[in-house]
Design a protein. Structure first.
Length: 117
């Protein structure tokens, strides 16, 4: 089992920055990669960014956030999402997820990000 705890959400104005953190605990040695998703009111949950735990640490982003968001990983299995130039359409609950080597996915509880115009 893997436990995930997100933090760092809040209320900001358009153009501001926020950094989200997701701390993984438990069987972290089984994690192959972690992702950020978001879900706006009335919409489906959507992919935001991912990072692999392989030596390459490769990353990928949705088109909506590419160039504004950066995902990274600390040595203590904390994954961060640096969000710059935030827009009102970035308003959502942000969730982190961990995928393990057995193809199980674990979710955090989510953190609210609200961007005012």
């Amino acid at each position: 089992q893997v436990q995930l705890v997100e933090s760092g959400g809040g209320l900001v104005q358009a153009g501001d920055s926020l950094r989200l953190s997701c701390e993984a605990s438990g069987r972290t040695f089984n994690i192959r990669g972690m992702r950020w998703f978001r879900q706006a009111p009335g919409k489906e949950r959507e992919f935001v960014a991912r990072i692999t735990f392989a030596w390459s640490g490769s990353t990928s982003y949705s088109d909506a956030v590419k160039g504004r968001f950066t995902i990274s990983r600390d040595v203590n299995n904390t994954v961060k999402l640096q969000m710059n130039n935030l827009k009102p359409e970035d308003t959502a609950v942000y969730y982190c997820a961990a995928d393990d080597q057995y193809d199980s996915r674990y979710w955090g509880q989510g953190t609210q990000v609200t961007v005012s115009s």
